[in-house]
Design a protein. Structure first.
Length: 138
């Protein structure tokens, strides 16, 4: 179970008021705020043509990322990388440590890593926080 700080709780409250979506988790970093919303609430969080998420970004004054929760580790990884074709996704537990290995095509590799490695770092942090799992991109 994740323990939320007062700042994270305040961000969740503001996000919920602005969007009507219910976040399960929030992570604050200097350059962004990341929310994990309950399944099926992604549309509410983003709004028509992105209008709601634009208002949220203006209110927070930084990049805001929203991901949808999933019932399984594999499902969550797929949602983190929606829009990118995952050629392979393996979940294993060697020596008691959960591990996720994903493979993407060469044309999607840059998108999977993100600018300055931001997307892969965020995915690794969220998987560690939510599932105690390590992520490897091959």
């Amino acid at each position: 179970m994740v323990t939320l700080s007062n700042d994270e709780l305040k961000c969740i409250s503001l996000f919920e008021q602005m969007t009507g979506a219910s976040p399960e988790d929030c992570v604050i970093s200097p350059e962004r705020v990341t929310f994990i919303v309950k399944e099926s609430e992604m549309g509410r969080a983003i709004g028509r043509q992105g209008s709601t998420i634009k208002r949220v970004r203006e209110a927070f004054g930084k990049q805001v990322d929203v991901f949808e929760a999933a019932d399984s580790l594999e499902g969550f990884v797929r949602k983190l990388y929606s829009g990118i074709e995952l050629r392979e996704l393996k979940v294993s537990e060697p020596e008691g440590v959960k591990s996720v290995q994903i493979a993407v095509g060469s044309k999607d590799r840059g998108a999977a890593i993100g600018r300055n490695g931001e997307r892969i770092k965020l995915a690794r942090m969220l998987l560690e926080r939510k599932y105690g799992a390590k992520l490897k991109l091959v």
